[in-house]
Design a protein around this ligand. Structure first.
Ligand code: PRX
Length: 635
């Protein structure tokens, strides 16, 4: 029976994890094959394929360039600049080496950091792979982040070189990357030796002494041959910053061998994808989904990856389906918010195109609601597969492993069951006991996390251990910081974050970072930011602000709200901008001054706030309610 096939395979991956992953390791090329599959000696630090040596670039590029040089590795489509480009594996192999030679000429060596602040252009992929080739550690910062966010990441990663571009474009609007980067470097304590600039000709800029033209440097190294640097499996491949409870972003550090093995395994077991297939992931290279499923996994599996710069509804809502038809896309990977955006347009936008090449649609990053799932299924008539994971894990924790069990069922509203190697547990937040079926708990994972998951937080082993790990039930357990529940059929349901992280349109944001930015506004004394439900974006941020001067007239509030919007845009980027700013005279806090966020959030969402006797000033909740009501009446 089918469910048994999955259960047996999953159980085996847990019981005999070294045998299981030792077998999967054969999917990639090793310069030196590992004899030790797992070094368990220092939990919670798991070291996979300890004595193995390999290289991500070799596995993603050289391997395929050798046997299938003419196969298209990357199709780059920009509806912003109206350009389309196809790059074969042979071309990719050559260009990556030229970029690698360029980076080396700037003094970049194994272990050095290279920070990328780039739009969705192929040069970003060349740079990531060039770093992987020479053992430099890349750190891609999402282009939607502004100068303060960027500066804090520059300070933490201390890159030797930063790679950027004059500008990006979104919906036809120019985003001046170069200006934002200059400002970030001015603020940052760490100064990179060089900035490599891709000049797209979108906006004028005056090069500074540290700036070097990307294309000129590449041409200087035209036809260069840069040997692959064989790396220890446990060396760092990249750092990717993500939000947490504090304002300081966390640098998730990934290894080399474990990541290559996990992604390659996921391509077969979860995505049922193979060499020659065409994978279209609509995320951005600045997020983990982009790292894993635009860049590394499709190339590691010898597929064609589609890289798209633009909106899903521009020039119109048919654009993705046009791409699917033109390139015979076999796998589409997106986020529920994008589908909800498309849902506002007629289904004919989709059905007018031949999407028969599509085998499945994968959605991740935020809860997938039933109407969205049903709408897209009706239109596409292919399986809609939810998958749940995190920047920290790099690949799905919960999903449907149809590559192992073709009949594995799905349940609407559930991302599925644990993938191979993840021993998931729900833990009661008060008692620490393992939850029974249908009982809400924190989603936790037993040590060791499978290959591909974070190895530590960059430069901060202590924060890694303290933030994520607890010793319980005789072992270390990793916290996902998500609430969840499992039904009696073993399907998990994700019920939101346990911490102060919010999810806006699939983008993970820390409310603390937004609060810190708002606090820098000279009129603001106190602020609380919470995420509240939104039908389109899943969640949006709402800010409640107490002003330093309580005498400011209410007719000034709209102007202050605007000023706060531009402060956040300027510091963090418009993606972090709250949907509304409400001005109140007091926030709901306990007598000891602890902000009662859950209470605040419940009131905002019109839910029962529960026990409110601990609130110091009982009028706080009334103020919140009336601030929100008066604004609803106005709008
Ligand atoms: O809260 C969960 C939510 O997104 C968080 C991770 O976000 P990020 O680090 O950006 O990684 C996204 C990788 C897909 C999780 O802690 N989340 C992610 N996927 C789902 C989800 N919530 C519900 N259903 C999902 N499929």
């Amino acid at each position: 029976m089918s469910t048994q096939t999955y259960s047996l395979a999953h159980q085996a991956s847990i019981d005999n994890h070294e045998t299981f992953w030792g077998e999967q390791a054969k999917r990639i090329h090793w310069h030196q094959a590992p004899t030790q599959i797992l070094d368990n000696s220092k939990p919670p630090f798991a070291k996979w394929f300890t004595d193995g040596q390999t290289n991500l670039c070799y596995n993603a590029v050289d391997r395929w360039a050798k046997n299938n040089p003419d196969r298209i590795a990357i199709v780059h489509i920009s509806t912003e600049t109206e350009t389309e480009q196809q790059i074969s594996y042979a071309q990719l192999n050559q260009t990556v080496q030229e970029v690698a030679a360029g980076l080396m000429s700037l003094g970049v060596n194994k272990g050095d950091r290279v920070l990328l602040y780039m739009p969705m252009i192929v040069e970003a992929v060349y740079t990531m792979l060039a770093c992987a080739r020479i053992g430099a550690i890349h750190s891609v910062v999402f282009g939607g982040f502004a100068s303060h966010s960027l500066a804090s990441r520059i300070n933490d990663a201390t890159p030797k070189v930063i790679v950027s571009a004059d500008a990006g474009m979104r919906g036809g609007k120019i985003i001046p990357y170069k200006n934002l980067l200059n400002e970030a470097i001015d603020i940052a304590e760490h100064k990179p030796a060089h900035v490599l600039m891709v000049n797209r000709g979108l906006t004028e800029f005056t090069p500074l002494a540290r700036d070097i033209d990307f294309e000129q440097l590449r041409q200087k190294h035209s036809k260069a041959s840069v040997p692959v640097q064989w790396l220890n499996s446990t060396d760092a491949s990249y750092i990717l910053y993500t939000s947490g409870t504090t304002g300081k972003p966390k640098g998730v550090e990934r290894d080399v061998g474990g990541y290559a093995v996990a992604l390659t395994t996921s391509m077969e077991q979860i995505y049922c994808a193979k060499a020659g297939d065409v994978f279209f992931c609509t995320s951005d290279i600045g997020w983990v989904v982009g790292h894993s499923y635009i860049v590394y996994a499709p190339l590691l599996a010898g597929m064609t990856t589609i890289m798209y710069e633009g909106l899903p509804i521009r020039p119109d809502a048919a654009i993705w389906w046009q791409i699917v038809e033109k390139y015979r896309v076999t796998h589409l990977f997106s986020a529920p918010t994008a589908i909800r955006v498309l849902k506002k347009h007629p289904t004919t936008m989709m059905t007018q195109h031949d999407t028969s090449s599509l085998r499945a649609l994968f959605l991740a990053g935020e809860p997938l609601d039933e109407p969205t799932s049903q709408w897209i299924f009706d239109a596409l008539q292919v399986p809609i597969i939810d998958n749940y994971w995190q920047t920290e894990t790099g690949w799905p924790i919960l999903s449907v492993a149809r590559g192992i069990d073709a009949q594995m069922p799905t349940k609407i509203g559930s991302p599925g069951k644990p993938m191979m190697g993840y021993r998931v547990e729900l833990i009661h937040d008060q008692t620490g006991e393992i939850c029974a079926d249908n009982e809400k708990g924190v989603v936790m994972i037993h040590y060791p996390l499978p290959p591909g998951c974070m190895k530590t937080l960059w430069g901060d082993d202590a924060r890694f251990t303290k933030t994520y790990w607890s010793k319980m039930h005789g072992t270390y357990m990793y916290s996902t910081f998500d609430w969840g529940v499992r039904d009696s059929d073993g399907f998990y349901f994700i019920l939101g974050r346990t911490d102060d992280v919010i999810n806006v349109a699939g983008h993970r944001l820390g409310t603390r970072e937004i609060e810190e930015s708002i606090l820098s506004h000279n009129k603001v004394a106190e602020v609380a930011v919470v995420g509240i439900e939104d039908t389109l974006k899943g969640q949006v941020a709402i800010a409640f602000v107490v002003l330093k001067n309580s005498d400011i007239a209410t007719d000034q509030y709209a102007m202050i709200e605007k000023e706060i919007f531009s402060t956040v845009d300027h510091h963090l980027g418009s993606l972090a901008r709250p949907a509304r700013v409400y001005i109140v005279s007091v926030l709901p806090k306990t007598r000891s001054g602890k902000l009662l966020r859950r209470t605040l959030q419940a009131v905002c969402e019109g839910r029962d706030p529960g026990d409110i006797t601990t609130i110091e000033d009982a009028s706080a909740l009334e103020q919140i309610k009336s601030a929100m009501n008066s604004s609803t009446q106005k709008s």
